[in-house]
Design a protein around this ligand. Structure first.
Ligand code: NAD
Length: 504
């Protein structure tokens, strides 16, 4: 694993090379498993971001004018380099995010799905053609790249989300600027080198590291045509509103509060395993993590509490190389706020089933570890129910019917993912039809669509018109132009006509 005793100063990646930060402002990058600061990441000023945008703008026309097949060839080389250097990528992900090795491998596999889809860009940017729509006119639509586009990424998937946000953007001919999360910048900087090695022209791939100042420049700069954001809901809302104010195309994905509805007929042993894996995996730092088990019927809930308590108490929390079930949370601040949420849950009257606060690893480790916590009798109005808690604190909510479960979920501000466990087809069909959530599972722990399908939540989990991962990326990162063309021969008559054009 990466030597975590030296604090190195990271850079940006601009114009095809590493560029030192010039703002004088830095942020600490931790190894969350040891609690050590392993690097300092520069926080770009708006002047530095402006210069990076200018370089991207200058590089764009030549990349746009290359054939889409040639561009796809570069993406294919990048894909091969990524797989050839998988071990290095896993090392970086684990070191800076604290994920387990197994989890990092899963993240890379899912990220590669987006790269694979981008390789098929020639197919996805095909237009439409109509012969003789009237008066000898042929009409066609064609997709053109936008120009400079920006992606702003969260910490919890150092490679999968950036790949999902950017691979197609590159393939369809844009110049891409990634504002990586300042908490996990090393993976993004490393893949910059792979893009270069794959033959991507300088300026087409940029990484600017930074915070709100860098983001604001991307949102406000007129040369940036589109913004793709993934992160928490309050920031997603801000990104959406500000991007719209500056006339940009925008999709901003926010947080999740995802329920697993359990019908009385479900196999509770399977439910318990699914809930624990999907709930506590990655220390619950996933937008699609299951945060609430919604048990239909008191008996279902009572039986589940018994099974869950024992299994959760047995979970192994530890560093990535230790064969742990999950690792630390991302920062000391995150750990403190999650501990505060547990205190608050208790104060609001939820019943503790498993208390992670007093466990040895929570209290005495230098890493940002939190043993798992489970609450029962959680209700709307409690912080535990209303807010996304991005750490290993999970809930049981008791309802009397499927109808009550559906209406509670539909009333919640967030609507990213949801799943139902049942063998009753009619219940499953009612659920998938009536539920107001973007990604729905039936007997599936985390209903994340595969990379060649679109991905996005509803309500406060997504702002703007666009989806992530799948073919919608090709639409989002291109503009469709409609051309009507006619070739005039000397025998064609062309007298004056003041009538609105119609299809003669
Ligand atoms: P975050 O919102 O704190 O940060 C996301 C990005 O926005 C980072 O690059 C950060 O530098 C930037 N940022 C933060 N505050 C900002 C501000 N005030 N102004 C401008 N930019 C700002 O999110 P995070 O903590 O990095 O990631 C976790 C969150 O992301 C969770 O809420 C999780 O559910 C969500 N998430 C959602 C999805 C999804 O697909 N819906 C996927 C992954 C993560």
């Amino acid at each position: 694993m990466t030597n975590s005793t030296t604090v190195k100063e990271l850079t940006h990646f601009i114009g095809g090379q590493q560029v030192a930060g010039a703002s004088g402002r830095f942020s600490d990058v931790y190894n969350p498993a040891t609690g050590e600061v392993i690097a300092k990441v520069p926080l770009a000023s708006s002047v530095e971001v402006k210069a990076a945008i200018q370089k991207a703008k200058e590089a764009f026309p030549a990349w746009r004018d290359l054939s889409v097949a040639k561009r796809a060839e570069v993406v294919l080389k990048f894909r091969n380099l990524l797989t050839a250097n998988k071990e290095k990528v896993i090392d970086l992900i684990c070191t800076e995010s604290g994920k387990t090795v197994e989890d990092a491998m899963g993240e890379i596999t899912r990220g590669l799905e987006s790269v694979d889809l981008a390789i098929s860009a020639p197919h996805l940017v095909k237009g439409e053609y109509s012969v003789n729509v009237g008066g000898g006119i042929n009409a066609y639509s064609a997709k053109y790249p936008l120009g400079v586009v920006a992606a702003i990424a969260p910490f919890n998937f150092p490679i999968m989300v950036p790949l999902a946000q950017t691979s197609m953007a590159v393939a369809v001919g844009n110049a891409v600027i990634l504002k990586a999360s300042e908490r996990v910048p090393m993976t993004a900087l490393y893949i910059s080198e792979l893009w270069k090695e794959a033959g991507l022209p300088d300026g087409i791939w940029t990484v600017v590291n930074g915070d709100k100042e860098a983001v604001n420049e991307l949102l406000e700069n007129p040369a940036v045509e589109a913004i793709s954001f993934v992160g928490s809901t309050p920031v997603a809302r801000y990104i959406y509103e500000t991007s719209a104010k500056y006339g940009k195309r925008v999709v901003a994905l926010g947080g999740g509060k995802n329920n697993m509805v359990v019908m009385p007929d479900a196999d509770l042993e399977q439910v318990a395993n699914a809930f624990i894996s999907a709930g506590y995996g990655a220390a619950s730092q996933r937008c699609m993590a299951i945060s609430t088990l919604m048990a239909v019927g008191q008996d279902t809930a009572d039986r589940l509490v018994g099974i869950l308590k024992e299994k959760i108490e047995a979970l192994k929390v530890g560093a990535y190389q230790d064969g742990a079930d999950y690792g630390p949370v991302i920062s000391p601040q995150a750990k403190q706020s999650i501990l505060a949420a547990i205190d608050q849950g208790e104060a609001e009257g939820a019943a503790l089933v498993v208390d992670g606060r007093e466990k040895e690893i929570t209290k005495n480790s230098k890493g940002f570890f939190l043993a798992p916590t489970l609450f029962d009798h959680v209700k709307p109005g409690m912080e535990l129910y209303d807010q996304e808690i991005f750490g290993p604190v999970r809930n049981i909510v008791r309802v009397d019917s499927l109808e009550e479960a559906i209406s509670l979920i539909n009333e919640h501000e967030l609507g990213n993912g949801v799943t139902i466990f049942t063998n009753d087809g009619a219940a499953a069909r009612k659920f998938t039809t009536e539920i107001d959530v973007g990604m729905v599972g039936v007997n599936v722990p985390i209903p994340i669509p595969v990379g060649y399908h679109n991905f996005a939540g509803f309500k406060g989990s997504r702002f703007g018109d666009g989806q992530m991962f799948g073919p919608d990326q090709a639409r989002f990162y291109t503009k469709s132009k409609m051309v009507s063309e006619r070739w005039i021969t000397p025998s064609d008559s062309s007298g004056l006509s003041f009538a609105f054009p119609s299809n003669k």
